[in-house]
Design a protein around this ligand. Sequence first.
Ligand code: KIV
Ligand code: ZN
Length: 387
Amino acid sequence: MSERLYIFDTTLRDGEQVPGCQLNTVEKIQVAKQLEQLGVDVIEAGFPISSPGDFNSVVEISKAVTWPTICALTRAKEKDIDVAFESLKYAKRKRIHTGLGTSDSHIKYKFNSNRNEILDWAVSAVKYAKKYVEDVEFYAEDAGRTDNEYLARVIEAVIKAGATVVNIPDTTGYCLPQDYGNKIKYLMEHVDGIEKAQISTHCHNDLGMATANTFEGIINGARQVEVTINGIGERAGNTALEEIAMILKCHKYLGIDTNINTTKIYQTSRMVSSLMNMPVQPNKAIVGRNAFAHSSGIHQDGVLKNVQTYEIMDPKDVGIDDNSIVLTARSGRAALKYRLEINGVEIKDEDKLDKIYQKFLVFADKKKEVTDDDILMLAGADTASDH
Ligand code: KIV
Ligand code: ZN
């Protein structure tokens, strides 16, 4: 019997903080619905106190999505928590995510405070949020650089105050995998009452370690991971959802499963990339253009003899099923529509589809084969109002 790992997606909060990636409410609803289809357990829909737009997006996502828990971020401030609760009023399942920095540099430079005061502040915030909702997640910002003994005291106190999930962010992406794994292990072994809460990872990728750190967190007992589609997020980004989901699928013997329908990964990746104007690097694991392309002669020869020689995953398992429908100047509207859908762009309006199709025919006449990037470029201007 496998153990369950909960997927907390923060594409619409930590991911959307990136300059140039901002989405309007309609676009956020589209992404949230796609995340629901993908099978994520929790959608962090925004930071409601930060702007009326963010508040409104959390309200509308709460109405549009039924299955996943909707989570709203707050600082450890009563006003933030009041506003977060208000924004979640239509959510079927709601969570407030509150917290503050616990590393010495945050305590000293951000708060001009001391460890005892910060601990009391954390407890008060959790108790305050608990008046509104049962499901309260606490984050210890910069936990990656927080002294383990003090971190354990804070985590123990917030669990006693009612936190149901405790988030251990490596906010600056500083940790090495072994250190991050040991931090989670330390908490598992030294926090009284840890079994009453779920430990969550939240790793940033400044040293390219986000996925490795998250994985070490899982191995040492974390049962929720905070991730984004394509690994987007502040600076070098967050842990990529698709990498964690596929690591666990490829290594079934670990006995840890998610609810992710991996065949929706590619579609979701393309949707987020095109709506956020954030291209995916070609060699990005799982979803990059070259992730399943074999170009050297030796590899091609091997793959033609048996795909297992150089492929550890079936591209179909991540929703890349495409070689069946290749676009050329002879392709019809249905094929174009199908390929756009695989790429996360749904065209419901026949007139719009026709406009894109006419542009496609002119373009395809000049090119032997039209790629996914080509059709996304062709559809770009005309799909804006569909999103
Ligand atoms: O990286 C971080 O510490 C965060 C918290 C606000 C959860 O994003
Ligand atoms: Zn973060």
